[in-house]
Design a protein around this ligand. Sequence first.
Ligand code: ARG
Length: 460
Amino acid sequence: MTKSQNLWGGRFTGKADPSFAKFNNSFAFDRRLFAADVRASVAHGNGLIAAGVLSQGEGEQIRAGLQAILEHGQSGPNYFDELESEDVHSFVEARLVELVGDVGRKLHTGRSRNDQVATDLRLWLREAIDQLVAQLRATQETLVTLAETWPAAVLPGYTHLQRAQPILFVHWSLAYFEMLARDRERLLETRKRVNVLPLGSAALAGSSFPSDREAVARELGFASVSRNSVDAVSDRDFCVEFVSDCALVLVHLSRLAEEVILYTTTEFGFFELSDAVATGSSLMPQKKNPDSMELVRGKAGRVFGHNLSLLTMLKGLPLAYNKDMQEDKEAVFDTFDTTYACLEVAALVLRNVELNEARMRATASQGMMNATELADYLVRKGVAFREAHETVGRIVMKAIERGVELGELSLDELRSFAGIIESDVFTALSLERTLATKSLAGGTAPARVAEALLAARESL
Ligand code: ARG
């Protein structure tokens, strides 16, 4: 019998055009699945032994060969560069045959690259998710530590980027903590759907060899086996979910990045980045630029792009496997790399930020951010909120006219708008009181925020 170089030679008499072969090959990027491919191959081999398709002796030879290949692969990257391969599956099988001879050619019994690649990718992604979840936690930890460092710092809170109401800096940090907590939950939820074994689905119809899929799943740590072979080889929902979870991580990181960039400007002047995470200008000697966070903001676009490219790649695909699906891997790999790096850099920046607490406090005390507090004061004296809002609006106009803050108007001036106002209004308008009154669960009152910070620390 003649033996062909690639996995599908028998039916072919001609050779693939080199430019098509280059276009078709995925080994340049799917070699990242190498360890997963070997692991899944070992489990498949064990399944074949249990099913009596391979003898114990053959199985042992194959297992030892695969083990040696894994060690080779882990000891040097040259291993991959020396040899041309169509994809990682062909690569591993070819190395196996080189090592153990013809018995290696039995491993592919009851298996197709279609269920193989789906299995490899799920194994790889499960680990990637675990790494991302750990890094999300590390970045959350950095947010908590930063918050603990500045327990009394106050920020002007914004809506529409117009000064709204003062908030504690800790409260601001914990807002990002919450976003990343949801990101972690989402990834762990996705992980459940990743953690299903496709192997045993073969090309699309299932395998005719009686391998125990449950046992293979147990060996590979999968929680269950896929229920439909056609679906199992054509499903890439889990890739879309993963990339979309990461897209949200980057939405969150890009918002954090934008605020850090804004707050380090001279105009805001709330934060200062250390030299460790900033760069200078080749032309303007005075510059210190927040490139770290600009890149985090900018890289979000890559992941959004991968999200759309995966959806587009899958849309309208007929069942079952189609080669279009080979495009899944670069999207998934780059999404992981980008998200992981952005989480790491965001944490690094958070460890390298100094606060200008005095300026933050001064800014939070200006711009009549206590106007709502004055309306609430009137409400506590029995005025309907809508009327209080109206009255305070007129007081604000007056203060603008006079170029003063609300607390700088005299009691008489205030009383000319609402006779009900008494001298206790000035305490009510203080920054401390403005914060302290927001004492419902989830509010920015120092007592609530201290509890939230403790809970955040404990949740890690
Ligand atoms: N390199 C392929 C991919 O990534 C592996 C599966 C190929 N299957 C096939 N029948 N050609 O999708």
